[in-house]
Design a binder for this molecule. Structure first.
Ligand code: FE2
Ligand code: FE2
Length: 206
């Protein structure tokens, strides 16, 4: 390539670079918007780029795999609670137990909602929700129960709810402020488990 051709090529490359710089340069308006409140603008720009990571951005501060493992144990617990409450709901008998029966059904449905929200969160974190029935009981914090006596059922549920509350409390503490969305989800679930425990404690004393 002679000198003139070289020069031309260089000029072209420079022009292209300027064009790209121009395109990438944020407008004054964008800049003002990005800079306020001391945002980490760099992390925000990266968030706009790494689309394969879905909901997980550069600034995600938690150990994603550890959180997914924790959530999978919670998922197993919730699924097992659905099974236990369903078993109790279908098998409890007698007109006197109509109120308890309704309570068991309501709890079963709420445990299912918890399981769904947890599975959804695992997927948002690019993890795999584990629904494998073969390992469900080993992974669950709470236990299954097939008592035939209504008081034994209520007692088993109260124990399971207290186990769930304590395990959520520990998870929330472990997450701290590293993953606010998971933390908020677990706090909202734990509040419902506290209602469940209270409901079971009321029934136990009747
Ligand atoms: Fe639950
Ligand atoms: Fe519960």
């Amino acid at each position: 390539m002679d000198q003139q051709a070289n020069q031309q090529a260089n000029q072209q490359a420079n022009q292209q670079k300027q064009d790209t710089d121009q395109q990438q340069k944020p407008t004054k308006q964008q800049e003002q918007r990005n800079m306020h409140h001391g945002f980490d603008v760099e992390a925000i720009r990266k968030a706009a780029a790494n689309l394969d990571d879905g909901a997980v951005t550069e600034g995600y501060a938690a150990d994603r795999e550890a959180i997914c493992k924790m959530l999978n144990d919670a998922l197993a617990t919730e699924l097992l609670c659905v099974l236990r409450y369903k078993r109790h709901y279908y098998t409890v008998k007698g007109r006197a137990n109509a109120g308890v029966k309704a309570e068991f059904l309501e709890h079963a449905q709420q445990e299912q909602e918890h399981a769904d929200s947890i599975a959804e969160r695992i997927v948002q974190l690019n993890g795999e929700p584990d629904f494998n029935p073969a390992t469900l009981t080993q992974r669950s914090h709470a236990e299954y129960d097939d008592s035939e006596d209504v008081n034994a059922m209520v007692r088993a549920n109260l124990i399971a709810e207290r186990v769930a509350i304590e395990s959520y409390r520990q998870m929330i503490e472990a997450i701290g402020h590293t993953d606010p969305t998971t933390r908020a989800l677990l706090i909202s679930i734990m509040a419902v488990e506290e209602e469940h425990a209270d409901d079971m404690a009321d029934l136990l004393t009747k």
